[in-house]
Ligand binder design. Structure first.
Ligand code: NAD
Ligand code: GLY
Length: 368
């Protein structure tokens, strides 16, 4: 189990086969990045690429760069356009080439400063640059703080589907500064709750009680992020490479959700919005095919609505386009779908018992 020490920052330590690392969750941590790197990693190089996006850079890069330079680091700032469309092989190549042009080598390291797009993209660049350099994740969205910065999945999208090219590359340290969440627009703040509600659904019913307190949630961000990191870290510790089935439970809502995100063309829905729709479909299938009660299912769907996440699919998105995108998804194995269902609130399992026709019906049901 991950080790937790509460405080500012709260520290959650993961112990994996070849990587031990710490996730720090607290307020106002960004300016302390150099001392946190020194205290929590073996990184001693001063040459570092800071990869960010065009929204996060203007907000937070200066604080980070000033602190790094003040501690003797030589940071090279690389900025990509904000948005899911940047999660591409072309951008990975560009990042690596910029690092080469700046003279970075295999002794250097990389800091990913941004949301899940930057974490996945820059993490992948770190995985392949000079056959792999250390990466520090500084997540700045709810999605990235509660989910994507932890666990080492990195990668990019292609027109054929989401996250189909990538690598496992665990970070050496994750610094989740909840102060950075204060600049998130409402839509981006809310989208993160899809992954949080997923975590509650698959692992921790009591987390839903915290989530339901919408009016005070911004006062409880350290607790919220830490509890989610503990859930994610525990799953990753149990099944780092998604071989035993445990980590696959994190795909709850993602089979149909990724299909919707991909069919929408990476730009129409934020990731969490597409996952919200996928969760509604998976919740309804759990009620129909397993023992999740209607009341439990409704409680989860109500939480999605509380955070203004979509629960009804707009009619112009073709069912066939969603299914085609889904069939290219990694969760299809030899044409057979491994679909994650809940048997009760807080407990999930992988089922091979959900048919394509049932999935089609679930997508139709999403139209309300
Ligand atoms: P994102 O990185 O695109 O961020 C959403 C938007 O918010 C962007 O426009 C970004 O510029 C902006 N932003 C980020 N931080 C900000 C801040 N502090 N203030 C103001 N604006 C800010 O998207 P996301 O929702 O963070 O992440 C979604 C991505 O994460 C998807 O690509 C998804 O596939 C991936 N993901 C990966 C994993 C994993 O395990 N690797 C898990 C979940 C999601
Ligand atoms: N977000 C799914 C996983 O990390 O496995």
């Amino acid at each position: 189990m991950p080790q937790i020490t509460t405080g500012n920052p709260t520290s959650i330590s993961l112990s994996l086969k070849n990587d031990d690392y710490t996730v720090l969750v607290g307020a106002d941590l960004l300016k302390d990045t150099p001392s946190l790197i020194e205290a929590h990693t073996g990184i001693r190089s001063k040459a570092v690429a800071v990869v960010t996006d065009s929204t996060v850079g203007p907000l937070y890069a200066e604080t980070l760069l000033t602190s790094l330079k003040g501690a003797g680091y030589e940071p090279v700032l690389i900025t990509v356009p904000a948005g899911e469309a940047s999660k591409s092989m072309e951008q990975v190549t560009e990042i690596c080439r910029e690092m080469l042009r700046a003279g970075l080598d295999r002794k250097s390291f990389l800091i990913a400063l941004g949301g899940g797009v930057i974490g996945d993209l820059a993490g992948f660049a770190a995985a392949i640059f000079q056959r792999g350099i250390p990466c520090v994740q500084i997540p700045t969205t709810i999605v990235s703080q509660v989910d994507s910065s932890v666990g080492g999945k990195t990668g990019v999208n292609t027109p054929e589907g989401k996250n189909l090219i990538g690598a496992f590359h665990q970070p050496q340290l994750v610094i989740a500064d909840v102060e950075t969440l204060s600049t998130l627009p409402d839509r981006e703040f809310n989208e993160g709750f899809a992954e949080i509600i997923k975590h509650a659904g698959i692992r921790d019913e009591s987390l839903l009680t915290l989530v339901e307190q919408r009016d005070t949630i911004k006062e409880n961000l350290i607790e919220l992020v830490s509890r989610n990191v503990v859930i994610k870290a525990a799953v990753v510790e149990e099944d780092e490479r998604e071989t035993s089935g445990t980590r696959a439970l994190l795909n709850f809502g993602h089979t149909i959700g990724h299909g919707i995100e991909s069919a929408g063309g990476y730009g129409r829905f934020l990731h969490g919005e597409a996952i919200s729709l996928g969760l509604v479909a998976a919740i309804r299938l759990s009620v129909a095919k397993s023992t999740l009660s209607e009341a439990e299912g409704e409680r989860l769907i109500q939480s999605l609505k509380t955070y203004e996440l979509p629960t009804v699919l707009e009619s112009d998105l073709e069912e066939e386009a969603i299914l085609n995108a889904m069939q290219r998804d990694k969760k299809f194995e030899a044409g057979q779908i491994r679909f994650v269902l809940l048997d009760k609130l807080g407990n999930a399992f992988v089922s091979s018992d959900v048919t394509t026709d049932e999935i089609k019906a679930a997508i139709r049901d999403l139209r309300g």
